[in-house]
Design a protein around this ligand. Sequence first.
Ligand SMILES: [Zn+2]
Length: 396
Amino acid sequence: MINILNTAKAVFCFSLIFCVTVSYRVFCYLQHGMYIYPSYLKMLVSARICWALGKALIWLCSIKMLTTLISVVNSLKVKAMRAKTFTYRLKYITQLLLDMTPAQREQVKLNIQSIQPEITVGDIIQPIFDISPQCPHCHSLHFNKWGKSGSVQRYRCKECAKTFNIKTKTPLAKLHKCDLWLQYAECMELKLPLRQAAKICNINLKTAFLWRHRFLEAQSEQYKDKLSGIIEVDEFFLAYSEKGTKKLNGDRVARKRGGEVDKRKRGEQVAVLLSIDRSKHMIDGVLADDTASEISSHLEPYIVKDSILCSDGAWAYVSIAEETNCDHKRLISNENRVQDKIYHIQTVNGAIAHFKGWIDIKMRGVATKYLPHYLAWFRESYAGLNFQQMLVAAYR
Ligand SMILES: [Zn+2]
């Protein structure tokens, strides 16, 4: 095709020059009755020169075509060589992997995962939505794609005609700057205080606070863990707090953080239940009152039958152990804190001390109404969730 085009160009040039020359010669003959050759046209008027010029053009075009052809052949050769080299390298790598121990292969897998292209929030959330896609307004399964809002896909329901996206009616609904969520979730994985997280993500404190509690909302409302095997349980108390509230409830007087709490006074302390098993499953709950029925409602549904319950011996746990057919290890006296070297409540007490320290020192105290959120955060951290898993948990 290129060749034909170039030949046509050359023929056109030749014809143009030939026509101009002939026309000029005819014009001169008609005007003067003889041929006149101006000096600058002497070279052009010869048909031989025109023909030579045309040939030269055709030759140049052919050279160009030939070089193009050579470069195409060369690039194909290079591609074939690359494919051959790649196959050879692949065989070599496969052999190396086969020679490795399982631990070394696991290390390779982790290294590969760490160099994967950066994932987006959509990459994490979309697959969860795709498991059971439905309209969040009327639960219809019939909807169409309806453009995009930023990087988020929008849909339109065929039945209720309302539009929605994958975040609609989830705890993450109407939150903006979703490109920063993963970075924020990383801050949460590191359990960073609010100011630090806001500075890292370059967002204001209000947004950081809103994101924190939206990310923890879903997890604070549902327990998925079941406790089995050796289960440790204990309760602890935290001072009631209305941190961040401008107007305190009733006749309460503001107390300085870390100040003395009148333990005899009702409502000055909040009871919290914490229970963990040896597989790192955790159950927690803020108790409305430190009573047997409250403890039972927060713990009993999550205990697998025929487990072993270790407690400080409170009567509430006796009835729970009976109801769930658990062997109850009552670790009451100081001399009897460990039974048969494995039954104790030291793990749960360690977790309680850790939680209290985190809340008091790193978080500088939290409002009691947000305590379930902080317990959820602590639970996620105790289970070793990474930032991506924390985001998945927030979406549910
Ligand atoms: Zn609908």
